[in-house]
Write a protein that binds this ligand. Sequence first.
Ligand code: ADP
Ligand code: MG
Length: 468
Amino acid sequence: MDKIQNTAESLQHQHFDAHAKDIWKECLSIIKENVPFITYNTWFLPIKPFELENSTLKIYVPNTFFIEWIEEHYNTLINKTILQVLGPQGKLLYVIYEEKEPEQEKQVLINGNSPALVQLKPREFETFLNPRYIFENFIKGEGNQLARAAAFAIGENTGQTSFNPLFVYGGVGLGKTHLIHAIGNKILERNPEKRVIYISSDAFTVEFVEAIQSDQVNEFSSFYKSMDALIIDDIQFLVGKEKTQDLFFQIFNTLHQSGKQIILSSDKPPKDLKGLNERLISRFSWGLSADIQPPDFETRVAILKNKSEVYGINLSREIIDYIAQNITSNIRELEGCLIKLLANSSLNSKEINFDLVKKTVRDVSTNKQVNISVELITKVVCGYFNVEENKLREKNRHKEVVLARQVAMYLSKQLTKSSLKTIGLHFGGRDHSTVIHAQTTIEQLSALDPKLRETLETLKNKIEMSIT
Ligand code: ADP
Ligand code: MG
């Protein structure tokens, strides 16, 4: 009896696994009818069905922020949709896929009723693609027309365009990273079995150094050579790193010869990458170089309209025009301004009036664009604690070394955009869980210790002052 039940159950399970896709598709078609287009693209499209167990549909979401946002804004719609598609027994379970803490399974309670599991996407390797960076929420404008069109063509017809490599360049905050992720996401959407990986050139270098130290250069190089699409961000950071450049050159050639796609981004065009090996520069111009220019007024207005809708803020035409006239340099600042407005208005339950907008715009535009690196943080922290820098990368367990290391990791997470993995690699190839541990330790210690809080403040100031 038991046995039969088990078989039936597992059969049912398998059957429903494939079924989850259809069910979610049906849900999406209802949701699409009921939310603004841009909201649909930003919050619902990145969600992927995972499995259907009995009447519970499990879906993959990128992070808890997604769940909170959806539950806050579209709880009723979601409930209705699930009811309609799955019947009265229908339930929705969020499964988070993130690179953080993949080995741990966590139960998260959202709104006290829907538990979500934290799990790693079932893939043989992490693609490091951000599911939020997709074409559907990348706004077209004069400044990004060519780059976007080329990127889209590659996503749709991988390996069949002459854009190999695609080299996207332009200033900070203009959408390079978003666009190159979008290519990767598109390729996988069309061909889930393709091997696609995103990595910053910084992380690539650190991994390579690690590979040398652990005598695994061959493994490292064959891993990247096995990709169908290799996406490397901020290639300008390879300048001056000759060994990494040499290895990248080999990887590039192997991939290119076998018709595999290479996608690169940089803050300047290939010819201006002084200090980069000439043979690399010449290869970069084999395909297509496309720049991204700062958005013009109309594009800025379009972006503000779309993003304010996504964040659920109501802004008048005058306010949008005012922001678009005053924040002109890049899209990250436009976004930053909206997020600040949102935070100010909901935290202090203030109305979004013109005064608040003016103040926020002033704050955002005086906030100088800073580029803080993990290296810089390490240097400043070591100087302050009087500890040698290499001690932080070694397995040194002396009290003051451990503290300096943890503080440096904590500040790296706070002040840079590096992932936990990248930060871990910077500190002698430590695991990302060590970085999380450092983060929580410093948070807990500083909550109890005003002196440590002061130290952290001093260090932040020192770091900020040593940029320029
Ligand atoms: P870069 O890599 O060039 O410094 P990013 O890709 O990180 O810039 O973009 C900064 C922010 O602006 C990101 O949040 C991104 O989603 C957003 N962004 C940039 N360009 C666009 C666009 N055309 N449409 C929508 N959002 C954009
Ligand atoms: Mg970028």
